[in-house]
Design a binder for this molecule. Sequence first.
Ligand code: FES
Length: 95
Amino acid sequence: MVSIHVEDDQKTLEVEPNQNLAEICDEHPISLLFGCREASCGTCLIEVVRGIENLSPITADEQDLLDVLAPDNPHARLACQCVVMGDISISTLKG
Ligand code: FES
């Protein structure tokens, strides 16, 4: 199991590894919202406070949007594009 700590909610989820973060949130409702789920709307922008190395690599489409929404934040990710492989701590970011 891996743990996902959601700072906004002060809640920690314990889930099976190697799942997409959007799918995890479908089963474990938290305050993080999703829209397109295709790296184009930016609704799911998060800051990975801890464990960014435990997420799947950034895709080209994700990088394009991160360059617009959070160009100066190396800890920003789009939650809909992340597969969780180890423990992480996240908070929502406003783009
Ligand atoms: S839900 Fe639209 S970019 Fe993630």
